[in-house]
Design a protein around this ligand. Structure first.
Ligand code: ADP
Ligand code: MG
Length: 249
């Protein structure tokens, strides 16, 4: 599904991602772990096309997407969530999803100007899709509430819904369980499993080891931008290099 070859991103003298090669399989939960500053979010930014690599190649479903613009990559089927949820707090949950979906699907200016039938049909589709994904993440009952008034865990679910609205093949989740309690983390993990059960491939960055070890099919460990290990949760737990660089600290 995602094939990364010799990926490098330098910021000035710093190699945030350094010569990383990895394959992520379709239909699986692929995790990325590593200490702060290891290059995890930069890796996602590269895959999503937010920044261009210094070197290396990114292939998605057999297509070379290296250096492609992020909106084009999004349309090809890669969606993401961010470390901090970026929602319009003063809008309702449903409006966040409708606006978010519209921004991602981008109506043509001409249609907006003449208020075409095509645009009205698109709006209807956006709303229907927003209602569907809200139902999928278990939040139908709070669609009309102000986003500022919902819980942190509910905001995380809205961010998932936003990512799912474009019907992606691959979803990149950047520390989705940050700032929520253990009980909520278990519920969020169940939602990630549900996404995979519905055919979405997941790539997950997370610090919460219990969650990673119970969810991931495969884990890649980054340290100072380099891949220091890769394997199943059991292999990673027993890997001396990982224990020394990360788990043991
Ligand atoms: P992680 O998500 O693993 O905590 P990041 O990918 O955010 O790590 O950052 C990796 C390194 O790259 C850090 O040293 C960070 O300061 C640096 N970095 C990230 N983005 C930029 C940027 N846009 N410009 C300069 N340095 C950056
Ligand atoms: Mg990060």
């Amino acid at each position: 599904m995602l094939k990364i070859e010799n990926l490098t991103k330098r910021f000035g003298g710093l190699a945030a991602v350094s010569n990383v090669s990895v394959d992520f399989e379709a239909g699986k939960i692929n995790a990325i772990i590593g200490p702060n500053g290891a290059g995890k979010s930069t890796f996602f930014n590269l895959v999503a096309g937010a920044i261009a690599p210094t070197e290396g190649r990114i292939q998605f479903q057999g297509m070379d997407i290296t250096g492609m613009a992020c909106d084009r990559i999004a349309r090809l089927g890669i969606a993401r969530t961010f470390q901090s949820t970026m929602l319009f707090e003063e809008s309702t949950v449903l409006d966040n999803l409708i606006v978010g979906h519209r921004l991602r699907t981008q109506s043509r200016l001409w249609d907006v100007l003449i208020n075409s039938k095509r645009l009205r049909d698109e709006e209807k589709k956006c709303r229907a899709r927003a209602e569907d994904v809200l139902d999928f993440v278990g939040l139908s009952h709070i669609g009309h509430r102000l986003t500022a008034d919902i819980s942190q865990e509910e905001k995380k679910r809205v961010a998932f819904a936003l990512a799912l609205a474009t019907d992606p093949e691959l979803v990149l989740l950047d520390e989705p369980a940050g700032g929520i309690n253990p009980e909520e983390t278990i519920k969020l993990a169940a939602l990630i499993r549900k996404m995979v059960d519905h055919g979405v491939t997941v790539c997950l960055i997370e610090h919460k080891m219990d969650m990673i070890m119970s969810l991931a099919h495969k884990i890649m460990v980054l340290d100072h931008g380099e891949k220091i290990a890769e394997g199943t949760p059991d292999q990673i737990k027993q890997n001396p290099v990982v224990i020394e660089a990360y788990l043991g600290s």
